[in-house]
Design a protein around this ligand. Structure first.
Ligand SMILES: Nc1ncnc2c1ncn2[C@@H]1O[C@H](COP(=O)(O)OP(=O)(O)OP(=O)(O)O)[C@@H](O)[C@H]1O
Length: 253
């Protein structure tokens, strides 16, 4: 049986006359990975910002386990159990990897309380693959390492729902595949995930369902294999000369 954990109801976000997100409804079920794709400027990141409480919706709302999370300030949403990562990673540059994770823990949803925050952070860093870099500064990590740290900081808040914004993009194929495996493990530990990703083989391989935005509107939603064949989706990607050449059909980006 599927249990909805995050529900968007007719979410709209306008910037003046620009409808960045226009009447988008969605459901994320417990234990699910929902892929969120669409050409550049489609409204994906803006939808994350509304869901994570970093920007208020113009209309509509987002509910986490039946309670509204949109329209709250971001730290309240985090406390409620929803946390996002950012496309451009934003660690505290002067804090160590471990300290960065401890900050996430401090602001997060109260957990079961096994062990000290310090022990918790060390376990998490081990899980995320940064167990040997706990004392490093973020600037000393590779891009893959910084992306892992971004995810670790989000996971340290003990989220029920994790919003991942392009964590695989920019990584080399080996690192990218490791990240795909990591995302699957995060879901298997019990965190439901929405992921924005331009690397199509990653998002199509990981997602249980995929939702497609174009110009702020939802143009398709369904199983990955159905979405890639949807004529509206193909047109949204191929109908422009100025976009990323990768289409949803190109699984080997
Ligand atoms: N703070 C803002 N003020 C004005 N316009 C904005 C703001 N944030 C986003 N937009 C506009 O809203 C639209 C949607 O942007 P958004 O970043 O959500 O798209 P996206 O699908 O995440 O794109 P990308 O794949 O390139 O990251 C774009 O036209 C963008 O220029």
């Amino acid at each position: 049986m599927t249990t909805p954990i995050l529900v968007g109801e007719s979410v709209c976000k306008y910037f003046g006359g620009l409808k960045a997100v226009d009447d988008v409804s969605f459901t994320l079920n417990e234990g699910e990975i929902l892929g969120l794709i669409g050409p550049n400027g489609a409204g994906k990141t803006t939808l994350f910002s509304v869901a994570a409480g970093s920007t208020p919706a113009t209309k509509g709302r987002v509910l986490l386990e039946g309670k509204e999370v949109s329209g709250k300030v971001a730290h309240r949403s985090v406390h409620q159990g929803i946390c996002r990562t950012h496309q451009l990673v934003r660690p505290f540059a002067k804090l160590s990897v471990l300290e960065n994770v401890l900050v996430g823990h401090h602001y997060g949803r109260p957990g079961p309380g096994h062990g000290t925050p310090h022990e918790h952070a060390l376990r998490l860093l081990e899980f995320i693959g940064l167990g040997d870099r706990v004392d490093a500064l973020p600037g000393e990590l590779t891009l893959g390492g910084r992306k892992r740290l971004e995810v670790a900081r989000a996971l340290a808040t003990n989220p029920r729902v994790l919003l991942l914004d392009e964590v695989v993009a920019g990584l080399n194929p080996v690192e990218g595949q490791r990240f795909v495996d990591l995302i699957r493990k995060i879901r298997d530990r019990g965190t439901s995930i929405i992921m924005i990703e331009h690397v199509m083989h990653a998002v199509m391989g990981l997602s249980d369902r995929v939702m497609v935005l174009d110009h702020g509107r939802q143009i398709a939603e369904g199983l990955p294999e159905d979405v890639v064949r949807d004529p509206n989706v193909i047109e949204a990607y191929l109908g422009r000369d100025d976009e990323d050449p990768e289409t949803p059909e190109a699984h080997d980006a």
